[in-house]
Unconditional design. Structure first.
Length: 338
């Protein structure tokens, strides 16, 4: 075997090192490009405000802002969490309460946009013949509500305003759709539920004690994403937010046309869809800007998230020995849109 000189060997080693570094850079670039080119998967269901996601696609707003997205229909809550667990979702709509639950459970989630307000879609009901005339009268009464849900959270907020706590009531754990029959049979004195069970109960002799039409800014749905994914692909997430905000404002300005478009995915009528929005409100850009402010006097997602944390703490739903930084739950991405 012919040996190489020391200088010749050094040159070859240096060349190999350079080639290796170039290859690493090229592979790294290729991987980075692949990540950026992956569409952002947005989940949506037949919940009326979710269809704003579909409206943004049909009106071309994602393309307008350069957002590469893929819309994924889901049928229920279980499928939503399955998609998230299997990394088949990048943005999803969910209640703020459920977001706080997952965040305190260790998920690195961030709220990136307000989806809707409940304004009459959730209510505390009593029978017409009842002597319960205000929330303070609920003390020691049997109240039906599904434990650990947004309904119990709403009840907790209302009670706290009147100096009461959940422990001052006799809570009967019932699903939302069990409330009308339980009230009609006298099993409970009051119940917390949402549409369409509210209408069903009202037709059977119930009345509204308190609802989210009078107690606004208590129940909201939000758009959520993983914090790391937002940081890795920030420009695309900003593009999606711009598209969704424009779709929200388009719906508010042209509800009839929007409802006609939005009724397609789940084969519902325009009229039924518009009726479903009667007890809901879709925010615009200014409202989104306001609720993401840490100092908002009207509604701050930060303060509402803190209320949710306190509620879960009081019910033993989270580890009270831990500190949860709610400020990190609320994204500042909204500051980069428009």
């Amino acid at each position: 075997m012919k040996l190489l000189s020391k200088s010749h060997s050094s040159k070859i080693i240096c060349a190999l090192i350079v080639i290796s570094l170039v290859l690493l850079v090229l592979v790294g670039c290729k991987k980075s490009t692949a990540v950026i080119n992956e569409p952002i998967k947005i989940l949506y269901s037949e919940w009326p405000p979710d269809l704003i996601i579909y409206l943004a696609q049909e009106k071309g707003f994602y393309k307008k802002y350069g957002a590469n997205v893929e819309l994924v229909q889901i049928s229920d809550f279980e499928e939503l969490f399955a998609k998230i667990a299997n990394h088949e979702a990048n943005i999803w709509p969910i209640t703020l309460l459920d977001t706080v639950k997952e965040f305190t459970g260790g998920k690195d989630w961030q709220v990136i946009l307000l989806e809707d307000y409940s304004e009459g879609a959730d209510a505390i009901l009593v029978n017409n013949s009842s002597d319960i005339n205000n929330p303070a009268d609920l003390r020691n009464k049997k109240v039906g509500v599904e434990k650990g849900t947004v309904g119990e959270f709403f009840l907790n907020i209302i009670l706290n305003r009147d100096g009461l706590q959940l422990k001052d009531l006799e809570i009967v754990d019932l699903a939302f759709d069990e409330i009308p029959n339980a009230m009609a049979s006298g099993e409970i004195d009051a119940g917390v539920t949402y549409e369409p069970s509210i209408t069903q109960a009202l037709s059977s002799g119930a009345k509204v004690l308190v609802d989210t039409k009078t107690e606004k800014n208590t129940i909201v749905d939000v758009f959520v994403a993983d914090k790391t994914e937002i940081e890795d692909n920030k420009d695309q997430y900003i593009a999606v937010l711009n598209a969704l905000i424009e779709a929200q404002e388009y719906f508010n300005k042209y509800p009839e046309e929007s409802a006609q478009i939005m009724s397609v995915p789940f084969n519902i009528t325009k009229e039924d869809l518009l009726a479903a929005f009667n007890n809901l409100r879709i925010p615009d850009y200014r409202e989104n800007e306001t609720v993401f402010s840490r100092t908002s006097a009207s509604l701050s997602l930060f303060s509402l998230a803190k209320q949710a944390e306190q509620y879960m703490n009081s019910q033993g739903l989270i580890d009270v020995s831990k500190y949860y930084n709610m400020d990190s739950l609320i994204s500042k991405l909204i500051n980069n849109v428009r």
